[in-house]
Design a protein. Sequence first.
Length: 62
Amino acid sequence: MPRLIDIDELAEYLKLKKQTIYNWLHQGKISGIKLGGVWRFDRREIDNWLKSRRRLPKTGDK
């Protein structure tokens, strides 16, 4: 599995529109690297970011 993915691969991975990812980049919610005019994202950083946003269910939630 490649470590760096482009915006199309990230959108597919997260099941989001590319515009949402561009918005998150602009807002500083996620980080990326622009190489040759193409945004690249470190899959490990994305996975860590997702884990940090995970919420545990409250007691009594189903």
